[in-house]
Design a protein around this ligand. Structure first.
Ligand SMILES: Cc1ncc(COP(=O)(O)O)c(C=O)c1O
Length: 428
């Protein structure tokens, strides 16, 4: 039998050292079914991370498997030089769901490439290389996506053709405005935005890009309406608003289908990736036609919108819609929150439980303040694994535990996860 340890050795020998598997003793997931996975040594885990919110409606989901199998037996790839029906059907569906008027959809293969495209569009449309992004943001690993990432442990270069200013964001716990109530906090951030525009821009600014809830940043969640107030300022200058929905899309936040909908605004563009293919590579950008059509030359992504990915996307979205998985995210998210609240209250080294729906996080700190305690987050992560539960880690200082069950998680699975988390947290 292959062991986890053997695979770890091979991983270390052949992959770059900037790839960092979770856990002191990393595991290899051999198979999955619904909310559960099994490692190569046969041990079963409840999966409350989904490979970073990417397996969204369960491992080996029968309808997705069937759609992929079916499509694989017909044709795997044709490219946008041809008229693929699954691609068109999915584009029509996403355009209608996006809330963006006169929407056009361009499919890519990753969230990074989707954000790259959104920046290409915004900077071309506005004829400006000036971009606003949020502090504590993460938008991907390419050269351009790194330029709008504000997270020193994830920023691999400061070199860029973009001129980026970082605005005070929704990470209230570590904001200089943290002592203000939500309305005053939002007003302070809006004033900061205005000042950044007045003090750091030279002529037109192309866009502001934001995650409605910051993913890698540890599910930092601004008050509802925060970005709507931002957009009122941006509109005075024609600055485009791009909503990065890579983690917040498809009903995960429970209250809404898209994260931006908590903010009373309509974005000019949104980007998506991760969960929509339920593990198959599928991503893209939605923009108003007037913005999308700024690119007049031929532009093309070889694998973007391929029949296999879009068949998986259609099967995933159909279940999200037909089984009201957004409603399930709301109900199960509340159950998860209610279960974790007492655990959080009895452990003074947890600063807060935050997030929405099935996108919840706890931040670990020194008990006497908000000084980050990454060691405690690592201890919780490892202890969860000991209790056969997979969760994620993140946050500015690696001191946040991210909890993101499948959108179709059951009440029993939530209760099992809460029990494991409670035992892990109390033991850490
Ligand atoms: C909010 C957000 N945007 C973009 C990306 C980049 O997506 P990908 O890793 O598919 O390139 C990520 C990845 O974690 C993300 O969380």
């Amino acid at each position: 039998m292959t062991t986890n340890a053997e695979l770890h050795e091979r991983y270390r020998a052949v992959l770059p050292s900037f790839l960092k598997p979770l856990y002191d003793d990393p595991i290899s997931i051999e198979r999955g079914e619904g909310s559960y996975v099994w490692d190569v040594e046969g041990r079963r885990y409840l999966d409350f991370f989904g490979g970073v919110l990417t397996t969204m409606i369960g491992h080996a989901n029968p309808a997705v498997v069937e759609a992929v199998r079916n499509q694989a037996g017909k044709v795997l790839h044709t490219s946008t030089l041809y008229l693929s029906e699954p691609m068109l059907e999915l584009a029509e569906e996403i355009a209608a769901l996006s809330g963006i008027p006169d929407a056009r959809v361009f499919f890519t293969t990753s969230g990074t490439e989707a954000n790259d495209t959104a920046l290409l569009l915004a900077t071309s449309h506005r004829k400006s290389n000036q971009v606003l992004a949020m502090r504590n943001s993460y938008h991907g690993r390419s050269f351009t996506a790194q330029a709008i990432t504000s997270h020193s442990s994830w920023s691999s270069t400061s070199i860029s053709g973009l001129a980026v200013s970082f605005v005070q964001g929704g990470y209230k716990l570590r904001s200089p405005f943290r002592d203000l109530d939500d309305d005053a906090f939002t007003r302070a951030a809006v004033e900061d935005l205005q000042q950044i525009i007045d003090m750091t821009s030279a002529g037109d600014v192309a866009c502001l890009i934001a995650e409605p809830i910051q993913g890698v940043g540890g599910f930092a969640t601004p008050p509802d309406g925060f970005f709507g107030d931002f957009q009122k300022v941006l509109a005075n200058y024609g600055i485009l608003f791009i909503s990065d929905e890579v983690q917040t899309g498809w009903g995960r936040t429970g209250e809404h289908f898209w994260g931006y909908q908590a903010h009373d605004l309509v974005p000019d563009m949104l980007t998506f990736a991760k969960g929509v293919g339920n593990g198959i590579t599928l991503a893209g950008v939605v923009a108003r036609a007037a913005i999308m059509e700024t690119i007049e030359v031929t532009s093309f992504s070889t694998f973007g919108g391929n029949p296999l990915s879009t068949a998986a996307g259609l099967a995933t979205l159909r279940q999200v819609r037909d089984q009201d998985l957004q409603g399930n995210a709301l109900r199960m998210g509340q159950r998860l929150r209610d279960g974790l609240q007492p655990v959080v209250e009895r452990n003074p080294w947890i600063a807060e439980l935050r997030g929405k729906g099935l996108m919840l996080a706890i931040e670990t700190v020194q008990p006497d303040g908000i000084g980050p305690d990454a060691g405690r987050a690592t201890a919780v992560l490892e202890a969860c694994k000991d209790h056969s539960l997979l969760v994620g880690k993140g946050g500015l200082y690696g001191n946040v535990i991210r909890i993101t069950p499948m959108l179709n998680v059951s009440p029993d699975e939530i209760d099992e996860g809460v029990a494991a988390l409670a035992a892990a947290i109390d033991a850490s």
